[in-house]
Design a protein around this ligand. Structure first.
Ligand SMILES: [Cu+2]
Length: 129
């Protein structure tokens, strides 16, 4: 008797709580999705070797954050510098990533800072449209 009374009193309320939680979870998930979309990063692959850089694309459609994934496919140390940001010296066969925020459109020079490398060809221009 006690238990059946207990069930009828709390049953519907419990279901309502579950429904509210699900609704809140959906709102949270969709809000999170929108935030992710708004702050989406653009990825660009960079292959470094003696003595050049090869980028998967040398431009992005608009100002924002770009995540460069630099792979050293050469036999000596290289780094990658753009817009005042620089990776550490990357060992042959290793990779590093560099997240750079471009606040406005323009042409941004990129180089390898190892002495002589930029002059020998490890340089280029990245365009933010
Ligand atoms: Cu280099």
């Amino acid at each position: 008797m006690m238990s059946s009374t207990h069930k009828t009193r709390t049953g519907p309320r419990f279901k309502l709580t579950i429904r509210l939680s699900l609704a809140l979870a959906l709102v949270a998930i969709s809000t999170f999705g929108l935030v992710r979309l708004a702050s989406a990063r653009t990825d660009r692959k960079v292959i470094a070797k003696e003595l050049s850089f090869k980028l998967s694309s040398k431009s992005v459609a608009k100002a924002g954050t770009v995540s460069f994934k630099i792979k050293n496919a050469g036999h000596i140390l290289h780094d990658f510098k753009i817009n005042g940001e620089k990776t550490h010296l990357i060992k042959p066969g290793k990779a590093a990533s560099l997240v750079v925020t471009f606040k406005k459109k323009g042409h941004y020079r990129y180089i390898c800072t190892v002495p002589g490398h930029a002059a020998a060809g490890m340089r280029g221009v990245f365009t933010v449209r």
